[in-house]
Design a protein around this ligand. Structure first.
Ligand code: NAD
Length: 297
């Protein structure tokens, strides 16, 4: 990277983007910019309203302007790959890109969402390798978590989803996991409570990767009742606002260890930061900084 280091933006400042729409609400630019500042790296992240109408041009602008790269979010994650030169193995398998790195005009796409989730578990001392987990959801976050978990050595994954348009994606994820990893995988209808109870009872960890628990579904969970939980089950949520979802409240009441989605958000950002800068983000500092920021929101 270009390095002319003081805290002001100057002629050497490098730029990474965040391309999505809507995007103004995102915590990512504030987080990345604070991390760049803390590390003394002369780089900034700016958010750009990008969707199907201007994605191709926006990606070309990364090359034209010599940007260091970009984050990508909805609705671009699953379609941006066609405009890039290379995809990492996890981005290829997940079928989604959330981070682009520009190396002298060559653009490579990565998916750090699942990496972030797995790193958040590791950060809490939770080792899921060789274990069985149940993940509810088959959308973007769920797919990233399920595929990354399988790549990272989880033994077995039970996927549950309602019979909506995402169910087919869940079936495809099962196929990919079976073909490309040694992890066992199966998908069930979320309405099948008998299967849900059985799979949770056999699991080391239960994850929510649906939007239930956050607006407009605050105070709601797909878990039928607290009897599905037991104290030695770990329960995680991708939602982090609110910090305690209905599912996590039930987990706390049942005596489970639980984790919300802040860690996933932080560590997916830390992985992108490392891809752009080659440096580790100071995650202990950033945990405190994000905690304080979310408390103010
Ligand atoms: P998505 O739109 O791709 O997927 C939505 C999922 O929710 C699907 O599986 C869908 O079937 C399920 N769903 C929708 N309505 C439901 C209902 N009434 N009952 C049961 N399931 C229902 O969304 P996504 O991008 O995968 O995001 C899912 C959640 O994960 C969101 O809350 C998002 O904020 C969160 N997320 C967190 C992080 C993080 O870093 N912590 C990253 C990505 C996403």
């Amino acid at each position: 990277m270009l390095m002319e280091n003081d805290s002001t933006i100057n002629g050497y400042t490098e730029l990474v983007g965040l391309m999505a729409n809507p995007i103004r609400h995102s915590n990512s630019p504030a987080m990345q910019n604070e991390a760049f500042r803390m590390a003394g790296i002369n780089c900034i992240q700016l958010a750009f309203e990008v969707d199907q109408t201007n994605l191709k041009d926006a990606v070309q602008a990364i090359r034209t302007l010599g940007m260091r790269g970009s984050n990508v979010s909805m609705p671009n994650k699953t379609v941006v790959g066609q405009y890039l030169d290379n995809l990492s193995s996890e981005a290829q398998l997940i079928g989604s890109v959330n981070t682009i790195v520009n190396d002298n005009g060559v653009l490579t796409g990565y998916c750090t969402d699942g990496i972030g989730y797995m790193a958040a578990l590791k950060d809490q001392g939770i080792d899921v390798r060789g274990k069985k987990i149940t993940v509810v959801g088959a959308g973007g976050a769920a797919t990233a978590i399920q595929i990354q978990a399988a790549l990272d050595g989880v033994g077995e994954i039970a996927i549950f989803n309602m019979k909506d348009q995402f169910y087919v994606a869940g079936q495809e994820t099962v196929q990919k996991i079976r073909e490309h990893t040694s992890c066992k995988a199966a998908i069930y209808d979320l309405a099948n409570h008998e299967a849900l109870r059985r799979e949770i009872s056999e699991s080391f960890l239960l994850a929510n990767a649906t939007g239930l628990g956050m607006k407009p579904y605050e105070g709601i969970t797909w878990l039928p009742d607290i009897g599905y939980l037991r104290p030695d089950l770990i329960v995680t949520d991708t939602v982090y606002a609110p910090s305690m979802t209905k599912l996590l409240e039930m987990a706390r009441e049942a005596g489970c260890r639980y984790m919300n989605g802040i860690g996933m958000m932080l560590f997916q950002g830390a992985a992108a930061f490392k891809l752009w800068t080659g440096q580790e983000m100071d995650v202990e500092y950033m945990k405190r900084w994000i905690g304080a920021k979310l408390n103010r929101q």
